[in-house]
Design a binder for this molecule. Structure first.
Ligand code: PRP
Length: 216
């Protein structure tokens, strides 16, 4: 495809997007207008490099990429796994490191050990289901929550939770602990499969530069 076509990036809103823009700046990709915090614009462009950027809610990023509304997305591995969209994961960006874990009160260890039919609260029902059913072969009841998941065991909604642990302070302050680790997480770059074919050279070059920077 011609160089005139814009390459579009969907970035997960928040810290991840700032880190991504910082990383891109280091390889000469800048988007000045995106830094203006007062701006209400939704789409930002770098006309010279023929790049477009927009911010989206994390879980929507793989959706934009699967449908080709964005060629490239940056989002946490948790979201990539949970959404399970038809996208290529091309790069581990190395930041936003944390872990997906099964957490709960120490007393829940016994329940896990004996494969009891427990209640699991999570913002990530697909990840929780895959872990318990396919990896542990344990039948559980999964309860979807949208945030403050640590409340689950505290108010006896659930026995355990499957959630992100970064510093561990939310768990500590609420008398909970990591019981099992599901997987490590970090920010990932994902690509639309058609864009991968049509824009192969541009994307390969970009991924190569970002990878070089991460490894240096
Ligand atoms: C995330 C996660 C944990 C917390 C972990 O929640 O769901 O609650 O951060 O971080 P820590 O180990 O450093 O304490 P987030 O702040 O994104 O909000 P949420 O609870 O509304 O999902």
């Amino acid at each position: 495809m011609s160089e005139d076509r814009y390459l579009t990036f969907a970035l997960g809103k928040g810290r991840l997007a700032y880190k991504t823009l910082e990383l891109f700046e280091e390889i000469g990709i800048t988007c000045q207008e995106m830094k203006d915090k007062n701006s209400r614009k939704l789409i930002y462009a770098n006309e010279e490099l023929k790049l477009r950027f927009f911010l989206a809610k994390g879980p929507d990023v793989p959706t934009y990429v699967e449908y080709g509304a964005a060629d490239i997305g940056v989002v946490g591995r948790d979201t990539v796994m949970e959404e399970n969209r038809n996208v290529y994961e091309v790069l581990d960006l190395g930041f936003g490191k944390c872990r997906m874990c099964v957490c709960g009160p120490a007393s829940a260890r016994e329940l896990l050990l004996h494969h009891e039919r427990i209640r699991v609260a999570s913002k990530y029902p697909n990840i929780a289901k895959d872990y318990f059913y396919n990896k542990k072969h344990q039948t559980v009841d999964i309860i979807k929550l949208n945030g403050s998941v640590e409340l689950g065991p505290l108010v006896e909604l659930s026995d355990v939770i499957v959630d992100i642990v970064e510093t561990g302070s939310t768990l500590r302050e609420n008398g909970l602990e990591v019981l099992e680790e599901v997987c490590p997480l970090s920010a990932r770059m994902i690509v639309n499969p058609v864009s991968m074919q049509m824009e192969r050279e541009r994307i390969k070059e970009l991924v190569g530069r970002v990878r070089g920077l991460i490894n240096s």
